[in-house]
Ligand binder design. Structure first.
Ligand code: TYM
Length: 335
């Protein structure tokens, strides 16, 4: 085991899509296969910052865990658990609510996007969402956090909280300053309907995203209908500058083929989108079809999944409780 401690989380708010897979879960699996200790969390407490139907939340937690396993995460190599079973997260989050400044949270672009125009009506939980996220990471003294580009600002806030805590309580180095891992060609997968918007669970149109539970026919259909532009595929990366849809499809292909954008442009330059779409559909199906089948299989084994989360939660508590105890002492709470 090396000294890297990896932590990341995913909201169980619906099917995982290609953005979650390429930007996060595929990275989780790669990191699991290094020597680092890896902890992956279904962040159900974050999920309820927007209203969730209780039955659906439960089912989504099972389904996203099934997707984690189908993508290759293993309970023998990673700790997999759901956040609400480990109370250290909320306890530490409260302490961090008293460390973070309102001005810091007011700058969070995700809050602004998610709260929309009716900000007064957003939940208080949505507002302090990032302090709970900092608690998720710092409760384990995690050092590395694999995420997509959209989480960068939250990671910066986590680093600010760690530094301010260490400073305010004169405990240099107590909370490590975690490093985001935002790498590769898939840190921001865009909507198939609009290359300027990120692929997201909250987008109304199902045609905007590929879900890990989509079968081959729907993958092919969604890619065939994906928005493009009237030009041919260029040979130089610079020529993609104002062509977000082309850039997105080529980026997805490059990631799945495990090759650079330059190499991908070489492969497709001068051809029309039909060729790219046909080959992209093929490569997507060969990657996602086994995952899709495995998810279906695992969904028949609910007890097994619930047990993985319970065991994972016990392990997560064992690691985070002593860190929380030490934090309590530092803050000055009586035992
Ligand atoms: P969530 O559930 O929105 O997304 C899970 C992961 O998927 C990444 N992602 C994407 N990557 C590339 N392209 C996209 N279109 C795309 N959409 C989503 C996200 O960046 C994320 O890595 N706040 C987090 C969950 C969280 C967390 C944490 C993450 C809670 N606590 C602690 C890391 C560490 C979120 O809502 O992710």
């Amino acid at each position: 085991m090396d000294s890297k401690l990896v932590f990341s989380g995913v909201q169980p708010t619906g099917n995982l899509h290609l953005g979650n897979y390429l930007g996060a879960v595929k990275r989780f699996v790669e990191l699991q296969d290094t020597n680092a200790m890896c902890i992956y969390c279904l962040v159900d407490l974050h999920a309820i910052t927007n209203w969730q139907d209780p039955k659906e939340l439960r089912q989504n937690t099972i389904e996203v865990t099934a997707a984690f396993l189908a993508c290759g995460l293993r309970q023998e190599n990673s700790i997999i658990f759901n956040q609400s079973q480990v109370s250290t997260h909320t306890e530490l989050a409260w302490i961090f609510n008293c460390v973070a400044r309102i001005g810091w949270l007011n700058r969070m672009t995700q809050f602004k996007e998610k709260a929309g125009k009716n900000r007064e009506n957003a939940s208080l939980g949505l507002y302090c969402y990032p302090t709970l996220m900092a608690a998720d990471i710092l409760a384990y003294h995690a050092t590395h956090v694999p995420v997509g580009e959209d989480q960068k600002q939250h990671l910066e806030l986590t680093r600010d909280i760690a530094m301010k805590f260490n400073n305010d309580f004169k405990t240099p180095g107590f909370f490590p300053i975690p490093e985001p891992i935002i790498e590769g060609t898939a840190t921001r997968i865009m909507s198939l309907r609009d290359g300027t918007k990120k692929m997201s669970k909250s987008e109304a149109s199902e045609m905007s995203r590929i879900n890990l539970t989509d079968d081959s026919d729907s993958i092919r259909k969604k890619i065939q209908k994906a928005k493009t532009d009237p030009f041919e595929i260029p040979s130089e990366k610079e020529e993609l500058a104002n062509r977000p849809e082309a850039e997105n499809l080529l980026g997805i292909y490059a990631t799945l083929a495990d090759q650079s954008i330059e190499k991908t442009l070489e492969q497709f330059s001068g051809s029309d989108f039909k060729k790219l779409k046909d080959e992209l559909s093929d490569i997507l199906i060969s990657e996602l079809d086994p995952i899709n089948k495995e998810i279906k299989k695992l969904l028949n084994e609910e007890t097994y999944i619930v047990e993985i989360l319970r065991k994972g939660s016990d392990k997560a508590s064992d690691i985070s409780q002593p860190i929380l105890q030490k934090t309590r002492e530092i803050v000055g709470f009586l035992k």
